[in-house]
Design a binder for this molecule. Structure first.
Ligand code: SAM
Length: 343
């Protein structure tokens, strides 16, 4: 007689179903269901299906799935957005995650479909997912206007959401100028000038990105306090600044590239200048937070690091007084200072 297990494996069953839940969110976002329901009273499945041109039975199942996942509310009058869907899932909200969700569906999903090969081979699976060789990560993203815009929107949505925590993790009021290397759409830069009105911030990114930033700039601003400069941070001179920022940059690159980048930053820093790194910092066992551990499975040539690994890396390039602030909200912050010559 087989014994029943001592504990029901809820966690495992939840993980087995995780992909269905992710895909339901992705498809509802792609079909712009949350945009459709924004600010509207409850709507019936048949009306939503007619408006967006989908089947009634399929739409009803998707809407019920979204309600079951807590993304929609369902009443006898129909479906409506939860507050969270209005804030994070509509495509034009200030804190919209729509861009990242579409990137997850269109880019990460095909990559993760090939995870088994990725683990066997130890590399990214671009060739299997998209039929091309994994070149420089960003050359992949920027080869077409559509993919580039999608990637920028994805970066923007997370950067915007995390910017306040990153900007306030440390008191940066001592700095007069900052340069956000790989600063993309300027989401963090705009937050920094809000928090530190005397700070001048330059965003430095590839020309393909800088040419496309206008869509992401906050509206109704006085003469932009943020300056955008295009260039390649591995090859070109870096703008002068008291504070350099690398937000979600270090985890993308292999050690040789990081060597080039951190050597360059260290060389342009004057004693007392600082470097702020924004990343999800792993615990010392490197099994948490899972968001960073799971991101590693994309198998870029870079890696996620623990606090002591960031400290060791930064000290190797002449930075000292490395301080780590765990925000608990996706991006943590690491601040360090260029060693003075006498040290
Ligand atoms: N810092 C932003 C954030 O936290 O949301 C964007 C992070 S995104 C993962 C990396 C950024 O680095 C992209 O905007 C990309 O265009 C930029 N980048 C990649 N290679 C670069 C290079 N060689 N020179 C300058 N920027 C580069």
């Amino acid at each position: 007689v087989s014994q029943s297990p001592s504990k029901f494996p809820s966690k495992i069953l939840e993980l087995m179903d995780g992909f269905r839940a992710s895909k339901a969110l992705f498809v509802a976002s792609k079909l712009k269901i949350f945009d459709h329901l924004k600010d509207k009273g409850p709507m019936k499945a048949v009306d939503i299906a007619n408006d967006i041109g989908t089947s009634v039975c399929g739409t009803e199942r998707l809407l019920d799935a979204c309600a079951s996942l807590g993304l929609l509310e369902k009443t006898p009058q129909g479906y409506s957005n939860t507050d969270s869907a209005n804030t994070f899932l509509t495509s034009d909200g200030k804190y919209s995650l729509h861009g990242y969700i579409i990137h997850s569906n269109d880019h990460l999903w095909p990559l993760f479909t090939n995870l088994e090969s990725a683990v066997k081979e130890g590399g990214r699976q671009n060739h299997r997912a998209f039929g091309k060789k994994a070149d420089d990560l960003f050359k992949d993203y920027y080869h077409s206007q559509e993919v580039k815009q999608r990637f920028m929107a994805a970066m923007h949505s997370i950067a915007h959401l995390t910017a306040r925590d990153v900007a306030t993790a440390f008191d940066l009021s001592q700095f007069k100028s900052a340069c956000d290397l790989g600063g993309c759409t300027g989401a963090l830069a705009h937050e920094l000038v809000q928090v530190y009105p005397n700070l001048k911030v330059t965003v430095f990114d590839l020309p393909e990105v800088i040419a496309n930033i206008s869509y992401f700039q906050p509206s109704g601003q006085h003469p932009a306090p943020v300056t955008f400069v295009s260039g390649d941070f591995f090859k070109d001179n870096l703008p002068e600044a008291d504070l350099y920022i690398l937000s979600r940059v270090l985890h993308d690159w292999p050690d040789e590239k990081i060597h080039v980048l951190l050597s360059k930053i260290s060389a342009v820093c004057r004693p007392g200048s600082a470097l702020l790194v924004a990343e999800t910092v792993l615990d010392e066992q490197k099994t948490n937070p899972s968001v960073a551990v799971l991101q590693s499975l994309s198998m870029t040539e870079g890696k996620q690091r623990s606090g002591s690994e960031y400290k060791q890396l930064l000290e190797k390039y002449g930075f000292t007084d490395v301080q780590i602030k765990i925000t608990g909200n996706l991006l943590d912050a690491v601040l360090c200072f260029k060693k003075s010559l006498s040290l």
